[in-house]
Ligand binder design. Structure first.
Ligand code: AMP
Ligand code: MN
Ligand code: MN
Ligand code: MN
Length: 285
């Protein structure tokens, strides 16, 4: 087993990150990350570029994705690692999710228009690379337009259930998303389990369903986890005999609270998802 600095959950401009795949890979390498997974929301479109740069500069790139799922009326995220990014089944189903996203973005635009905020769809689309529109793009547009001081405020006041720009969506089914990842040769990880506002029993139920569907790991270390979350998720990983993963969920270099390459190490008593991976350490060129 290699002892590398891993970050197995990050975003680029292919979804709602602010760095291009190339810039992301370069920044990660400069920050001391040795194994980086690019896991954009519902798309694989950044992987080719990321892989080319990673090969050139000498950093290990894990092709990945973060799939949006609806389970028990809540949005859950499933990260796929080492997916074959040319897998037809995965690509076709991600295409469908992005079509649903496009419909939702138009709906959000209509709702904002009724609320006195004009051209939000066009504004959010212009901030995306045209491939995928996320609520994050709406948040950035509203900040630019002076409707809020930060993205968090936009989410709180406009983009969550009960607020004027919220549109209910049925994402992929848990079992389907895990299956697409497995069929694409990948490993499925339950992303940031600490973030879901489930009661303990519901979280255990989710993990049980996830594992039955073919999921193999929990994200133990995530920048959205408190230490309490982390301790709880480690216990659950042990109880369910699941592997453990680690990811920053990096989106934006301007968010100074999250610096690349500074995540805590996985606790010693976890079985890492990379236990059977074979990466070499590069010396940065
Ligand atoms: P979507 O998948 O389009 O519904 O958007 C979800 C994305 O919005 C997440 O991946 C986060 O990057 C971002 N997000 C969710 N909640 C917040 C929040 N409270 N503040 C800032 N960004 C958020
Ligand atoms: Mn995001
Ligand atoms: Mn997520
Ligand atoms: Mn993410």
């Amino acid at each position: 087993m290699s002892i590398c600095n891993y970050d197995l959950h990050t975003h680029s401009t292919a979804s709602d990150g602010t760095m291009s795949p190339s810039a992301l890979v370069q920044t990660a390498a400069q920050s001391g990350i040795e194994v980086l997974a690019l896991t954009d929301h519902d798309t694989l479109s950044g992987i080719k570029e990321a892989k080319a740069v990673a090969d050139e500069i000498g950093i290990n790139l894990v092709p990945g994705v973060e799939i949006s799922v609806t389970w028990n009326n809540k949005t859950i995220h499933i990260v796929g690692l080492h997916v074959n990014y040319e897998s037809q089944i995965l690509q076709d189903n991600l295409n469908k999710l992005r079509e649903t996203r496009l419909w939702r973005a138009q709906e959000i635009g209509r709702k904002f228009a009724k609320h006195g905020i004009a051209d939000a769809f066009e504004g959010a689309k212009a901030l995306s690379n045209g491939n995928l529109i996320s609520r994050t793009h709406f948040a950035r547009f509203l900040v630019q337009q002076g409707f809020a001081t930060g993205e968090k405020q936009v989410f709180k006041h406009f983009l969550v259930p009960g607020k004027p720009g919220y549109v209910q969506l049925e994402w992929a089914k848990l079992e389907d998303a895990v299956q697409w990842i497995v069929e694409a040769g990948g490993q499925a990880v339950l992303a940031h389990p600490g973030r879901y506002s489930f009661k303990r029993q519901d979280l255990r139920h989710l993990i049980h369903k996830f594992q039955n569907a073919g999921g193999c790991a929990l994200e133990v270390i995530s920048s959205s986890h408190t230490l309490e979350h982390q301790i709880n998720i480690v216990k659950l990983a042990k109880e369910f005999n699941l592997l453990s993963s680690i990811g920053s969920d990096f989106h934006d270099a301007k968010k100074t609270w999250l610096k690349f390459g500074t995540l805590p190490r996985l606790p010693e008593d976890c079985v890492p998802i990379w236990k059977d991976w074979n990466y070499v350490k590069y010396t940065l060129k």
